[in-house]
Design a protein around this ligand. Structure first.
Ligand code: ADP
Length: 352
């Protein structure tokens, strides 16, 4: 074929049609398939002739359709300019593969005339990710048992040592606090693995949040975060329906961040507000703050802001886990816009 006589449009059509690793599909405004390349045929097994006029929801699993994934992808493409596509796809013979790609709108000026969808098979990568997540879960479990034995040993020594040497008493308390920090890190690892496997289970009970915070959580955190005074403000007897251990973990993550990222400040504030529909808990610090453009991304797994507090250690998972826990309770988590230095991180829980 003499390529020099091909028009730009023909070049483009041949390019798309011949890409084999990526499925490239176009849809009309209703989601019906209008074109289908070789990559789409090899991934989904339909020939272009078989698909013309079929609706693009045929590659969604029944479960995803029932959960509104199709509508969500379409509406994200229309309103945000791109709909992320990371889920199981169904082939013609009913088998599935893990596909990843994007759906974006095609416009003529302001007029929506259809959609283009590009994706590829990421089943292998997904299996690799799963092995990593499983490893994190197993490592977490393996670490938990020896740690609780060490914790019990330290507590026994603290209780049973009559008139200990002040230096030894100090060391024992310090070891006890470090064991507590380690326990929180291990809980994060276990939660991370459970969230990835879709197995985050909540044991929700009615809790008196104010009492829990004043008698248990905050005194405990105050011993861990000695360089900052934790100020607390709340109406009396605010009640929530929540999983106590997970709530403790969320508050630990927010407070440890507040302290970590405000090394030159000496206080943090925890404020509870009880409105009719929601209980809002805000943790405010007076530290380095979070740039506006980073405020969505910090909730992604392993994301850390790359700036001057880079030397602060961390795994980049605390906020991701905390947000997932709060979402599982029917609440939301985010960063408040505030004037002045520092960060105000909040989460809400539905009122009981
Ligand atoms: P990390 O272990 O890195 O602290 P997180 O998931 O808890 O992980 O937080 C993600 C990132 O968000 C942090 O690396 C940090 O850049 C930013 N961040 C979180 N909380 C604060 C805060 N209170 N002040 C400033 N930056 C924060």
């Amino acid at each position: 074929m003499n390529t020099s006589v091909l028009t730009n449009d023909e070049h483009y059509r041949l390019l798309v049609e011949n890409i084999t690793d990526y499925a490239i599909i176009t849809l009309d405004t209703e989601g019906n398939i209008t074109s289908w390349n070789v990559g789409a045929q090899s991934l989904l097994q339909y020939t272009p002739e078989e698909t013309l006029g079929l609706h693009s929801s045929i590659f969604f699993t029944e479960n995803d359709i029932a959960q509104g994934a199709y509508e969500k992808e379409m509406s994200n493409a229309k309103t945000l300019g791109r709909g992320e596509d990371e889920r199981w796809h169904v082939r013609k013979d009913g088998t599935t593969f893990w596909g990843s790609g994007i759906l974006f709108p095609i416009r003529d000026g302001n007029l929506l005339i259809g959609f283009a969808k590009i994706f590829r098979d990421r089943t292998e990568r997904m299996a690799h990710e799963k092995r990593k997540d499983d490893f994190v879960g197993i490592a977490g479990h393996e670490l938990r048992t020896p740690l609780s034995i060490i914790k019990m040993g330290i507590e026994l020594l603290i209780m049973k040592t009559d008139k200990p040497d002040p230096a030894i008493a100090h060391e024992l308390r310090s070891m006890d606090e470090h064991v507590d920090r380690l326990a929180h890190i291990i809980t994060d690892l276990l939660d991370l693995s459970n969230i990835s496997a879709g197995k985050l289970t909540l044991n929700k009970k009615r809790l008196n949040l104010t009492e829990l915070m004043t008698t248990e959580m905050l005194p405990h955190y105050q011993t861990l975060f000695k360089n900052h005074t934790i100020f607390f403000d709340s109406p009396n007897n605010v009640e929530v329906q929540a999983d106590k251990d997970h709530l403790i973990q969320v508050l630990y993550n927010l407070l440890s961040n507040a302290v970590k990222y405000s090394p030159h400040a000496d206080s943090v504030e925890v404020v509870v507000v009880d409105s009719e529909k929601f209980i809002t808990v805000t943790v405010k610090d007076f530290g380095v703050g979070i740039p506006k453009e980073e405020r969505e991304r910090i909730f992604q797994r392993f994301y850390r802001v790359n700036n001057k507090h880079q030397n602060v250690s961390g795994m980049g998972v605390g906020l991701y886990i905390s947000q997932e826990i709060i979402k599982a309770h029917g609440g939301t988590m985010g960063v408040l816009d505030s004037n002045g230095p520092g960060t105000s991180m909040y989460f809400t829980l539905p009122a009981t």
